[in-house]
Design a protein around this ligand. Sequence first.
Ligand SMILES: Cc1cc2nc3c(=O)[nH]c(=O)nc-3n(C[C@H](O)[C@H](O)[C@H](O)COP(=O)(O)O)c2cc1C
Length: 378
Amino acid sequence: MTRVPNPIVGPNRFKLGLFCANCDGGTSLSTAPERWACEWDEIMKVSLMADEAGVDFILPVAKWRGLGGDADTWGRSFETLTHGAAIGAATKRIGIFATVHVPLVTAAFVAKAIATIDHVTHGRAGLNIVCGWNQDEFDIHGVTIDPDRRYVQGLEWFQIYSRLLEGGPPFDWDGEFYKLRSVRTNPVSVQRPRPPVMSAGFSPGGREFAAQAADVLFTSVSNTARAPAIVKSVKDFAGLYGRHIEVYAGSHIVCRPTRQEAEDFYRYYAEDMADRRSLDYLVEQKKATTSGDLGKTERPETNPEFNARKRGQVYPGTFPGYCVLVGTPDDIAEEMAEMSAAGLSGTSISFLNYLEQMPYFVQEVLPRLERLGLREPV
Ligand SMILES: Cc1cc2nc3c(=O)[nH]c(=O)nc-3n(C[C@H](O)[C@H](O)[C@H](O)COP(=O)(O)O)c2cc1C
């Protein structure tokens, strides 16, 4: 098989990933009629656009129910492994992540699914491992989240997953969470020893898990000034295991020709049309079902002071924990350069409506990032 390079491990100094387009609302909590409706043909269009533009990866979110409120954001979502196989078959260059909740899918199932996507894409697959935070959505599966053991289980799951993809003779596994017999998979992945692994977490437990299992930790930065301390903490954890991992943040982008236009549009959908009830639900669920290794006020979701913009206010209609970048193409490029200088190796990108707003970002911001030396020319 001819392998193609996977941009997830490619040369761009500051990586970009199309995020959350498989869920309605994306990273907005808004009732604005322009909100992302999550129609398959539109997801495909925006994925092809990202592929063409040289965006490094697509990262879908694994969700099983919405956040309620008026918009029920994420109430509609496409499953990420099947999403990855379909989009992988239609694209040429972009890295394709799938996201799985450890307690809901066996390692052998995911190893086979990721190997499938890796063959479909000739070596462009990646896996994002999450351990769960919303008990309401786990109730759909009849599975209980153990807030203080979820990352311990995650590590055992990862060890089985990675050993499967490495190949070798069938093995038995006698662990705390899994007892398995004659474990094997065929085919193994195209990428060796396995496709890149990302994990998404924020707590110390999440950082320690990433330090052992992931190549990249996706975490909640929400304000570039906080990035150096977060990056240092993650890298210190990795150092304990003699490993190096990259840290990515998430960004929600409002880019317009003038600052005033960008501010007005952001205010319209994220303040005037904000879905505050779904934000309340999100905050309550995070408090209820996440680990005890982090004080509740240390979480970006529960401490509004963590969410700050370089200039201007943060409104309630975008997800807490994401950097909100609002302004002209120069402003957005400059803020991304600051994220890079703060130690972040990449960011996810999301928009109120991907299909309406991403073309301007691609046309105006990507060339600026190239000129700043953060990205290679496409
Ligand atoms: C960029 C990003 C992507 C995430 N994707 C998912 C997801 O697809 N499904 C999910 O249930 N949680 C997702 N999460 C939530 C995290 O897995 C995690 O629960 C959250 O960041 C809180 O951190 P903690 O679990 O370490 O306390 C994501 C978080 C981030 C920052």
